[in-house]
Design a protein around this ligand. Structure first.
Ligand code: XMP
Length: 571
């Protein structure tokens, strides 16, 4: 049983446990102990709060008293220590990203075979300062003296780091030890039960109604559409693709060809509603609301409004969690399919989202089980709001600012630090030095991303950010640069080696060339955390040369920021 204390990775913990062949589910952290007494073990998730915050998530302390195995992760460790009489204190500067754990050689079942130095992943500010009675410290990092704790006789354990994310090198082994050595679980959950389970859920949710999908051409909506078609039969499922005018080059043709769906042309409507808008959250809301309008128009014009039809969506778990959809998680950014209009449909029960508890890689696996083509399943994710959220705007003109660490560019991009949202300027440095980035972000206050300047037409100090919004001209500029990057990364096979490659347009430049391009190749498994990745020098130079030849582009930058503290997208 995973108790949700509001962490971004709460459902990921349950999913990783299921991956190990043990069924797991998530419940609110305050669930009374008797209601979860049947569970073989309990994991308390991380979360954005401090245990001393008024109203911060807690658990029923009775779970610690009856010999049930409990593992606290991050905030979960702090909460366990706090409730059992230890002390939590504010960390000096927090710790975000990769760190090295020194784990004692011990025979405690959780740590068996894991002793020694190893890479772990941290995202926290507070730390356990004083252990509760009966606990001992099993591991530490340079900045966190109590990074792993244990009271083995009582089967109580805590980890300050996150074993559930891929960047903790031996994370799965900690979870496996907890399941099989501490909780004594059996391996009896088979992920292949998913497809029939999902089909059953769709049939139950839809009843005798029909489902109408808006298919984006991405993996998620295509898999959801196919699942629904399998569950309900062709006659009861329909799909339409909306051309928002915010799509990449050639996209409408690709989707139309592949799925044979009806295409609804709505570019003028979207671009008209976005004219003059600069605020990222406002953009997302406008796009979400326009989607709802188009959806309503389509539904009305095709008589799909009556009670016989409901809406199907390919929403996946990160869309829900990062929009504050889980009970205590902070809103990182509002995803387009969680805006008011859609919420109204959800509340009236006229929606089916079969993939809402799954991560991208699981959705791809489900797609393969359904026999969908690799050409579709291996596509990089592309966000619903399209190029709009990769085309940064600015309310006003602003100069760049030189600092001893680099040049601060006054565009604001969203990030996630310590499980909550940050929105800050960007630091430009002049070398492609990934190693320096995490340290710079932890040290330099007020920035949440570091980019390397790869090539610029004039020195950055002579550039400025200028007031601008989402004009068709800027979107076309971004679309051209994006098409170049996509073509070159496909030809060199680079795209197969990375998870996603956003190309961002920022309003930094000169009179003649007012914008710059940021390259953001990342590797990830599930989109929840990501590593900025390197690229061959040759390919980068080729990309730079072609992108700089696009009219209006003054520079090419390379985003070095991992997630966290950055997000993959810039808005
Ligand atoms: P972030 O930027 O949150 O992105 O690190 C994680 C993954 O989600 C995608 N993304 C979106 N997908 N609608 C979507 O369908 C959205 O509004 C949205 N915002 C981000 C992003 O491309 C990445 O794969």
């Amino acid at each position: 049983m995973v108790l949700d204390a509001g962490g971004q990775y709460c459902h990921l913990i349950a999913r990783k446990v299921r991956d190990l062949g043990v069924y797991a589910e998530v419940r609110p952290s305050e669930t009374p102990a008797p209601a979860i007494a049947f569970a073989k073990g309990i994991i308390i998730s991380g979360g954005p709060s401090s245990v001393y915050d008024p109203g911060s998530p807690t658990v029923d302390a009775a779970i610690f008293a009856h010999g049930q195995a409990v593992l606290g992760i991050c905030y979960g460790q702090q909460l366990m220590a706090h409730l059992l009489g230890g002390q939590v204190r504010k960390g000096e500067k927090g710790e975000y990203g990769l760190a090295t754990l020194e784990l004692d050689e011990t025979s405690d079942p959780l740590f068996a075979g894991l002793g020694g130095r190893q890479q772990i992943w941290m995202s926290h500010r507070d730390v356990v300062g004083v252990l509760p009675e009966g606990f001992s410290t099993a591991g530490r990092t340079e900045t966190c003296a109590i990074a792993a704790i244990a009271a083995p006789q009582r089967k109580l354990y805590g980890l300050q780091f996150h074993p559930e994310v891929v960047h903790t090198a031996r994370g799965q082994e900690y979870l496996a030890n907890f399941l099989f050595r501490v909780c004594d679980c059996r391996k009896d959950w088979n992920p292949r039960h998913r497809v029939p389970m999902l089909e059953r859920e769709i049939r139950e949710c839809v009843g005798d109604r029909n489902v109408f999908f808006f298919v984006s051409g991405g993996v998620d909506s295509s898999v959801a559409f196919t699942l629904a078609t399998r569950a309900l039969g062709h006659g009861r499922v329909r799909g339409v693709y909306v051309d928002t005018g915010l799509m990449r080059e050639g996209e409408t043709e690709f989707v139309g060809r592949m799925a044979g769906l009806a295409v609804e042309h709505a570019a003028e409507q979207f671009l008209g509603a976005l004219a003059g808008v600069t605020d990222p959250e406002e953009k997302r809301h406008i796009i979400g609301e326009e989607f709802v309008r188009v959806q309503e128009r389509v539904i009305q014009s095709r008589s799909l409004m009556d009670e016989h039809w409901i809406l199907g969506q390919g929403t996946i778990y990160p869309d829900t969690i990062e929009s504050g959809g889980a009970e205590k998680a902070a809103v990182i950014k509002t995803h387009h399919n969680r805006v008011a209009g859609i919420q109204a449909l959800i509340q009236s029960g006229r929606i089916v989202e079969p993939l809402k508890f799954f991560y991208k890689d699981e959705v791809r696996e489900i797609g393969r089980e359904l026999g969908l083509a690799a050409e579709l399943l291996d596509r990089h994710p592309f966000p619903g709001p399209g190029l709009a959220i990769r085309c940064l705007c600015s309310e006003s003109d602003a100069p760049v600012r030189a600092t001893p660490d680099g040049i601060v560019i006054p565009v604001h991009s969203v990030g996630v630090q310590g499980d909550s949202r940050s929105y800050a300027p960007v630091l430009a440095i002049d070398t492609l030095d990934h190693a320096r980035t995490t340290a710079l972000i932890n040290r330099v206050s007020g920035v949440n991303r570091v980019v390397a300047s790869v090539e610029t037409l004039v020195p950055i100090a002579e550039m400025r950010v200028r007031a601008c919004s989402l004009s068709p001209e800027r979107i076309a500029r971004l679309r051209r640069a994006d098409a170049i990057v996509r073509r070159l990364s496909h030809e060199s096979d680079y795209d197969r080696r990375i998870w996603q490659f956003p190309v961002i347009l920022i309003p930094l430049g000169t009179e003649e060339a007012p914008d710059s391009i940021v390259l953001r190749p990342v590797d990830s498994v599930d989109g929840m955390t990501a590593q900025s990745v390197a690229m061959e020098e040759d390919l980068l130079r080729k990309m730079c040369a072609e992108v700089l030849a696009v009219d209006g582009i003054a520079g090419v930058f390379y985003d070095l920021t991992h997630k966290p503290p950055g997000t993959i997208e810039w808005e």
